[in-house]
Design a protein around this ligand. Structure first.
Ligand SMILES: Cc1cc2nc3c(=O)[nH]c(=O)nc-3n(C[C@H](O)[C@H](O)[C@H](O)COP(=O)(O)OP(=O)(O)OC[C@H]3O[C@@H](n4cnc5c(N)ncnc54)[C@H](O)[C@@H]3O)c2cc1C
Length: 427
C-alpha cells in the first residue's frame, strides 16, 4: 500500500527546518520524505493539540487517526507487507521530529512502532530456522494488516515494578501453554496507551513444568484489549508525559492464541542479547524535546512567540551566552545520538554498545537540562501554562526514568563494561 499524502494542515504555517538536514546528515530522498511527513504533521496538527492531552491527561487519539491516514502507523512495517519499510535510523529521526511538537504522541508512537520494528527489520537480522521464519512471517503479516488497514494501535507494556524490566530477572507475568495458545496472568505498570491501544505487546515468561522461570523463555505476545480477563486499573495523574495515559494493566486468566506471538519462542531473548539498540528507541522523543527547548528560547528572545508581545531580549549578553550554551549542548545531544542510531545493528561492537549507553544518557539527562536552562533564560513569563515550555520541562524529566536504559543503569553499565571484559572477575 502506498501511504497517502500527509494530511498536515499547512495553511498559513511557516514550517520549521528539519532537525537533521538531509544533505548535511546524508539521508536519502526516501528517508527525508518520511521524516518530513512526520515533521509537517506534527508541527501543523499535533503542536496545537498538545496542551489539551497534557492538561486533561488523555490519550492523543486524534493524532493517531492522522498518523494512520498519513501511513505513519506502518512506518517500519516492511514494504513487502505494504508499509514504508523505515529502518531504525529513519524511524528514530521521524520520532524526534514528532517529539519536538508533542512528547506524549512521540513516546506512545514509539511503543506502537516498536511492535513492528522489532518483529520486522530487527527480527530479520536474527537467527531462525526455515520453519520458524515462515511461521513468523505469516503471523506478523496479520498484525501488519490490522495496523495498515484498520489503524490498529499497539502498546508495549513491559514494566512490572520489579527487576524484570531492567533486564535482571524473568518477567513475573506468566504464560502457561495450553491447547492452541497460552493462559496469561500478571500485571504491568506504567502501560502507556492503556485503555486506548487495540493490542498490548506484552513480555511474559512461558512456564515450563518443573523448571524455574527463565529470561530465555520470554514471550512477546500481542494481547487483544478486548480479551476476557484484561482490565485497566488505577489512575494517571503524573508530572509529565500525561497524554501517554500509562495506567496499570491486569491479565487474569487471559487466553492468548498462538498467532498472537510477535516473535517466535526464544527470539526476544536473542534480540535483547544481540540487538541492544532495541532499548534505545525511547530516546528520539527526548531529542525532539531538546530541540523544542532550544527553538522556543531563540524565538522567545527574538520576540517571535505567537500570542506574546514582540519584546526582544536578544541584545543582553547573558542571554546570548545562555543560548550559546544551549546550542553547544544541543549539538552534543544530537550528534552523539545520530551516530548511535545510525550504527544500530545486530551484534554491535563493545565500543558501539558503550556509545549507545552514553548517547541514551546524554539525551535523557540533557533534554531536561536544556529545558531548565530555557526557562531560566527566557524568564518568568515563559513558564506560563499558555506556552509549551513548562510542558516540555515536565515531559523531558521523564526520559531518565525509562527502563531498561534509565540514566542510572546506563552509567552503571558503562562503568562496568568499560572496565571488565566478558567473563572477567576480580579475586
Ligand atoms: C511517562 C512514562 C511512560 C511509561 N511507559 C511505559 C510503557 O509503555 N511500557 C513500559 O513497560 N514501561 C513504561 N514506563 C515505565 C518505566 O520504564 C519504568 O518501568 C517506570 O518508570 C518504573 O520505574 P521505577 O523507577 O519506579 O523502577 P523501580 O521499580 O524502582 O525499578 C525496577 C527494578 O529494577 C531494578 N533496578 C533498578 N535500578 C537498578 C540498578 N541500578 N541495577 C540493577 N537493578 C536495578 C530493581 O530491582 C528495581 O526494583 C513508563 C514510564 C513513564 C514515566
Amino acid at each position: 500500500m502506498n501511504a497517502p499524502a500527509s494530511k498536515a494542515d499547512l495553511d498559513g504555517i511557516v514550517l520549521d527546518k528539519p532537525m537533521f538536514d538531509p544533505k548535511a546528515y546524508r539521508l536519502d530522498d526516501e528517508q527525508a520524505g518520511l521524516i518530513t511527513k512526520a515533521r509537517e504533521l506534527a508541527q501543523a496538527n499535533f503542536a496545537p493539540r498538545a496542551a489539551k492531552w497534557d492538561r486533561e491527561a488523555i490519550f492523543p487519539m486524534e493524532n493517531y487517526k492522522d498518523m494512520h491516514k498519513a501511513g505513519l502507523l506502518g512506518i517500519s512495517i516492511p514494504k513487502a507487507n505494504g508499509g514504508s519499510g523505515a529502518n531504525y535510523q529513519t524511524y528514530s529521526l521521524a520520532a524526534a521530529e514528532i517529539g519536538r511538537y508533542c512528547g506524549a504522541t512521540a513516546l506512545t508512537w514509539n511503543m506502537h512502532v516498536c511492535s513492528t520494528l522489532w518483529s520486522g527489520p530487527l527480527a530479520d537480522d536474527l537467527d531462525m530456522d526455515e520453519q520458524m521464519r515462515a511461521d513468523h512471517e505469516r503471523r506478523r503479516a496479520v498484525h501488519y494488516k490490522r495496523i495498515l488497514e484498520d489503524g490498529a494501535i499497539y502498546a508495549q507494556p513491559f514494566s512490572e515494578g520489579g527487576a524484570a524490566a531492567a533486564g535482571g530477572v524473568a518477567f513475573g507475568t506468566e504464560a502457561k501453554p495450553v491447547e492452541g495458545g497460552w493462559i496469561v496472568n500478571g500485571k504491568k505498570i506504567f502501560a502507556s496507551l492503556s485503555g486506548s491501544a487495540d493490542y498490548y505487546g506484552v513480555l511474559c515468561t512461558e512456564t515450563v513444568e518443573g523448571e524455574k522461570a527463565s529470561r530465555r523463555n520470554t514471550l512477546y505476545l500481542a494481547i487483544s484489549a478486548k480479551s476476557e480477563g484484561v482490565s485497566v486499573v488505577g489512575d494517571w495523574d503524573p508530572l509529565g508525559m500525561r497524554g501517554t495515559v500509562s495506567r496499570t494493566l491486569i491479565f487474569k486468566d487471559v487466553f492468548v492464541p498462538e498467532d498472537a506471538a510477535l516473535m517466535p519462542r526464544g527470539v526476544y531473548f536473542q534480540a535483547a542479547m544481540r540487538w541492544p539498540h532495541m532499548f534505545m528507541t525511547l530516546s528520539p522523543t527526548y531529542v525532539g524535546l531538546a530541540q523544542a527547548s532550544y527553538d522556543f528560547t531563540v524565538k522567545y528572545l527574538r520576540g517571535e512567540i505567537p500570542g506574546m508581545p514582540p519584546v526582544k531580549r536578544r541584545m543582553y549578553p547573558t542571554k546570548q551566552i545562555a543560548v550559546a550554551q544551549m546550542q553547544v549542548k544541543l549539538e552534543q545531544i544530537k550528534n552523539t545520538w545520530f551516530q548511535a542510531v545510525t550504527e544500530a545493528c545486530a551484534n554491535p561492537s563493545k565500543e558501539q554498545v558503550l556509545r549507545a549507553y552514553a548517547s541514551q544518557y546524554t539525551v535523557m539527562e540533557g533534554a531536561n537540562e536544556l529545558a531548565a536552562l530555557a526557562i531560566r533564560t527566557c524568564g518568568g513569563q515563559s513558564m506560563l501554562k499558555s506556552l509549551p515550555l513548562e510542558r516540555i520541562y515536565r515531559d523531558s524529566r521523564c526520559g531518565a526514568l525509562m527502563l531498561p536504559w534509565t540514566a542510572e543503569l546506563c552509567l552503571d553499565r558503562i562503568g562496568r563494561e568499560a572496565l571488565y571484559e566478558a567473563g572477567e572477575k576480580d579475586e
